[in-house]
Design a protein around this ligand. Structure first.
Ligand SMILES: Nc1ncnc2c1ncn2[C@@H]1O[C@H](COP(=O)(O)OP(=O)(O)OP(=O)(O)O)[C@@H](O)[C@H]1O
Ligand SMILES: [Mg+2]
Ligand SMILES: [Zn+2]
Length: 426
C-alpha cells in the first residue's frame, strides 16, 4: 500500500531564475519544476520527482519488452577497446566515443551502445540452433560525447536508454521479432500518450540496412519527417540529400500529399543482419552441424529523451501536464490550512485515495494558496484536490483536472467516490 507523501518533506526545489541556455519548453520546465539539475554540459541529475517519472517510463518499457519474451540483463558501461577494434568501430565511431586508459594503460570507452559487448558475451555460449532465438535487453546509462549537447534531456551526453539485442537463425525469424519490437514501441508511445509517427529511417552509426524510427511530433524536434494518413512515413534524411522540403511531395503508397513535420526520435529498431556476428566471429551450428552466423537486431528507446518529449508535447503556460501513466504523483491534495479540521480532513482524504492505489502527495507547506496552486500546475499532477477552510465548513472540496482546467465542486462526504469516478476517465 502506498503512503501519502508530504510536500513539506519532499526534496523538490522549484527554480525561479532559468539559465539562458534553456530555450525550449521541456528543458525550461524540467528545471523549473525541480525534476532535473545540470552537473555539466549534457549531464543531469534526476531529483526525486524527475526520477519517479524516469522509473515509470522504464517500467512501461520493461513491461512491453517482457510481454514479447525479452529477458532483462545489465551490461557494463565501461567497455574494453579490443572489442571495438574487432568490430572496426574504434576508428569509425569518431570523437563521440569517449575513450580513456586505466592505470595499466589499457584502453577503454564509455558505452554509447552495446552491440560489441553483447555479441562478445554470447559468443561461445550459443553452440546450437536450439539455443536460438532470444532477445536480451538492459536499461542503463549511455555516454556519447555529442558535439552539441542541448535542449536538456533531448540531447544529452549521459542519458538513459533501453537497448535490446536479438539473435536468430534466419532473416525471416529476425523480421518476425523486428515486427514484434516495432509493435511494442508503438504501444510504449501510446502508453506515454505521445502523438507519434513510425517512419523509415537511416541506420547511421549502428549499421544494418532496415530501420524504423518512432518520432514524437514537436516543433522543437531536431529531425524532419514526412508522413501520410495511410501509414507511410520517412525521415527526410533517409530520403536522400536531394529531398527538397520546401516543395510538396506525394505519398509513394497512396499518392496523397505528404505532410511535413518536425519530430523527436524517441526510439529506433534496426535489423543488423550478420554484420556483427561476422566481424566478431559469433557462430552457431545448424541442424547439419555447419557453422552459421546468427542474424541480429537491435532496438533502442531513449528513456530520458521520452520524458522530455512528453513534456514538449504536453504543457501550457503554467507548467507540465503529465499523463496519468507517468506522473510523479497522480493526485495532489492542496491543504490551504495546515492545523485545523479542514487539514485533518485533507489528510484523511489523501490517505483514502492512497489506499485505493493512487500515488498521492499532500501540500502541507506553510505557504500562500497562490504559491501552492502555481507549484501544482508547474509540476503538472493530473488531478488537484483543494481543501480550504471555507469549503470545508460549507461541506465541499474542489477538484481540478490539470489537462482541461475543468473544476468541480464535490461533497466532502462522498469525495473519494467522486474522485475515483473522475480518475477513471483520465
Ligand atoms: N544524445 C542523446 N540524448 C538523449 N537520448 C538519446 C541521445 N542519443 C540517442 N538517444 C536515444 O536513444 C535512442 C536509441 O539510440 P540511437 O543510436 O538510435 O540514437 P541516434 O539515432 O544516434 O539519435 P540521434 O539521431 O538523435 O543522435 C534514440 O532513439 C534516442 O531516443
Ligand atoms: Mg536512432
Ligand atoms: Zn499515403
Amino acid at each position: 500500500m502506498s503512503k501519502v507523501a508530504y510536500m513539506s518533506k519532499l526534496y523538490a526545489p522549484t527554480l525561479k531564475e532559468l539559465p539562458a541556455e534553456a530555450e525550449i519548453a521541456s528543458h525550461k520546465l524540467s528545471l523549473r519544476a525541480g525534476l532535473i539539475r545540470k552537473s555539466a554540459s549534457g549531464m543531469y541529475s534526476f531529483l526525486p520527482l524527475g526520477y519517479r517519472v524516469i522509473k515509470k517510463i522504464e517500467q512501461i518499457v520493461r513491461d512491453e519488452m517482457d510481454a514479447i519474451g525479452c529477458q532483462e540483463v545489465i551490461l557494463p558501461i565501461v567497455q574494453p577497446a579490443e572489442l571495438w577494434k574487432e568490430s572496426g568501430r574504434w576508428d569509425d565511431y569518431g570523437p563521440e566515443l569517449a575513450r580513456f586508459k586505466d592505470r595499466h594503460e589499457r584502453e577503454f570507452c564509455l558505452g554509447p551502445t552495446h552491440e560489441e559487448i553483447i555479441t562478445d558475451m554470447v559468443k561461445g555460449e550459443i553452440r546450437s540452433y536450439r539455443n536460438l532465438p532470444f532477445t536480451l535487453y538492459q536499461i542503463n546509462m549511455k555516454f556519447r560525447d555529442e558535439v552539441r549537447p542541448r535542449f536538456g534531456l533531448l540531447r544529452g551526453r549521459e542519458f538513459n536508454m533501453k537497448d535490446a539485442y536479438s539473435f536468430h537463425t534466419s532473416q525471416e525469424d529476425l523480421q518476425k521479432h523486428y515486427d514484434e519490437q516495432a509493435g511494442a514501441y508503438g504501444r510504449i508511445c501510446e502508453r506515454l500518450e505521445l502523438d507519434y509517427r513510425p517512419v523509415d529511417a537511416d541506420s547511421g552509426q549502428i549499421g544494418g540496412d532496415i530501420s524504423r524510427e518512432f518520432m514524437a511530433l514537436a516543433d522543437a524536434g531536431e529531425a524532419e519527417l514526412v508522413y501520410c494518413d495511410c501509414g507511410y512515413g520517412a525521415t527526410t534524411e533517409s530520403l536522400g540529400e536531394d529531398f527538397d522540403s520546401t516543395i510538396s511531395h506525394t505519398c509513394p503508397q497512396c499518392n496523397k500529399e505528404l505532410k511535413l513535420a518536425r519530430g523527436i526520435e524517441v526510439s529506433q529498431v534496426f535489423q543488423l543482419g550478420t554484420k556483427y556476428s561476422k566481424v566478431m566471429g559469433l557462430t552457431y551450428q545448424d541442424e547439419d552441424g555447419v557453422d552459421q552466423f546468427p542474424y541480429m537486431g537491435c532496438y533502442g528507446v531513449g528513456i530520458s529523451r521520452s520524458m522530455a518529449a512528453v513534456i514538449e508535447q504536453s504543457h501550457d503556460d503554467a507548467g507540465i501536464i503529465w499523463p496519468m501513466s507517468i506522473a510523479p504523483y497522480q493526485i495532489i491534495v492542496i491543504a490551504l490550512s495546515t492545523d485545523d479540521d479542514a487539514y485533518n480532513y485533507a489528510e484523511s482524504l489523501a490517505t483514502q485515495l492512497a489506499v485505493e492505489g493512487f500515488e498521492v502527495v499532500i501540500d502541507d507547506r506553510d505557504e500562500r494558496a497562490g504559491v501552492k496552486f502555481a507549484d501544482a500546475d508547474l509540476v503538472g499532477y493530473p488531478l488537484q484536490i483543494v481543501v480550504g477552510k471555507r469549503g470545508f465548513e460549507s461541506g465541499d472540496v474542489e477538484v481540478k483536472i490539470r489537462k482541461t482546467g475543468e473544476k468541480r465542486t464535490v461533497p466532502l462526504d462522498d469525495a473519494v467516490n467522486e474522485v475515483l469516478a473522475i480518475l477513471e476517465n483520465l
